[in-house]
Design a binder for this molecule. Structure first.
Ligand SMILES: [Zn+2]
Ligand SMILES: [Zn+2]
Length: 350
């Protein structure tokens, strides 16, 4: 039996940014109180996501400092409120960006908790995120993991995995259709794997030609190198859907031209988008975003990934090297995601 790390009841150790854009520093805080439906989870692993870095920079305008980032969490339930059901102490769980929701707004009642009208305080970051020894979340957002799934794999799947799986699943109906994944990075390399496993014809579109072999190995049927825009032009009217995982620097008009009429562009990151609307109107295109995924889709995604052998490429680093990890992500050097393991936990890089 694996040893379950114990949380100190006196203090939690984490890494916090004290102000906008600052490097993280060791930070101690009192354990947040446990609500009646909450679980306390000892963090063994936590992925590093672009969203953490944006939040440190207060890009979304919602960050409170000191800020402990981290929202791609795997750990063990160490304590629970009186009304928690379906989990027990010692269970290994994954937690993504959303750690709770109001459970009573229009969207929560529809089972689309990721659209909760009270989304800002729903983040697992509130009050403190996963770059720490433990977190408290609503138990309904702590997902039991397939036993054979490595923790560093699960950590990435509960954020990057659900982010790419949710739109692919929502638009799955006609699997003979062609999809292009724009960007072969942390999100993109998972999107290719999921799209391939769901039966789509998959193109990978990237401005990094050195990623060609890996993109094909992840399951792409073809690789389109956008450093030569003439190649992209060969795919005009080629795709039913574009899933954009890239964070910017796109030639949006050229990309939209690769959509079939009535095609759909789905944005997953938060890129700045500008384009002339002529093709959008004349081709009756749709542009939409997709944010996280609901709880039912999260559970489905974890099972599907396990069954299909879908896993991110992960670099493991100790949590004490969090600033080095963030720097690697900022410089686009991570291949393809970095997961921190918690040296203070009894369980290491399992
Ligand atoms: Zn994330
Ligand atoms: Zn709600």
């Amino acid at each position: 039996m694996r040893e379950v790390p114990q949380v100190s009841t006196l203090r939690i150790l984490g890494y916090a940014a004290k102000a906008v854009g600052q490097p993280l520093e060791p930070f101690e805080f009192a354990p947040p109180e446990l609500g009646e439906n909450d679980v306390r989870v000892s963090v063994t692993h936590c992925g590093v996501c672009h969203t953490d870095i944006h939040a440190i920079d207060n890009y979304y305008g919602i960050t409170d400092f000191p800020f402990v980032p981290g929202h791609e969490i795997v750990g063990y339930v160490s304590d629970m409120g009186p009304t928690v059901s379906g989990l027990k102490e010692g269970d290994r769980v994954g937690i993504g960006w959303q750690g709770r929701s109001c459970m009573k707004c229009e969207w929560c009642l529809k089972g689309e908790e990721q659209l909760c009208m009270d989304i800002v305080p729903s983040g697992t970051w509130v009050p403190y995120g996963g770059f720490s020894s433990s977190v408290v979340v609503d138990s309904r957002f702590a997902y039991p993991l397939p036993p054979a799934m490595p923790s560093q794999v699960a950590a990435v799947l509960v954020c990057a995995g659900i982010t790419v799986y949710s739109p692919l699943r929502e638009y799955k109906a006609e699997s003979t259709q062609k999809v292009a994944i724009v960007g072969v990075g942390g999100l993109g390399h998972l999107a290719i794997q999921f799209a391939h496993a769901l039966g789509w014809d998959v193109a990978a579109i990237s401005s990094s030609p050195e990623k060609r072999e890996q993109a094909l190995a992840f399951g792409a049927d073809r690789f389109i190198d956008t450093t030569d825009q003439a190649i992209l032009r060969q795919f005009d009217f080629g795709f039913d859907m574009l899933i954009c995982t890239a964070s910017g620097g796109m030639n949006w008009e050229a990309l939209l031209m690769t959509l079939k009429k009535k095609g759909k562009l789905v944005l997953l990151g938060f890129p700045d988008v500008t384009f002339n609307s002529t093709d959008l109107v004349a081709h009756q295109l749709s542009i939409t975003g997709s944010f996280l995924g609901n709880r039912a889709t999260m559970r489905e995604m974890l099972g599907f990934a396990q069954d299909q052998g879908i896993a991110p490429e992960v670099e493991l680093m100790p949590m004490s090297q969090v600033n080095e990890a963030i720097q690697r992500v900022k410089e686009n050097k991570a291949r393809y995601r970095i997961v921190l393991f918690n040296e203070t936990a009894a369980i290491g890089a399992g």
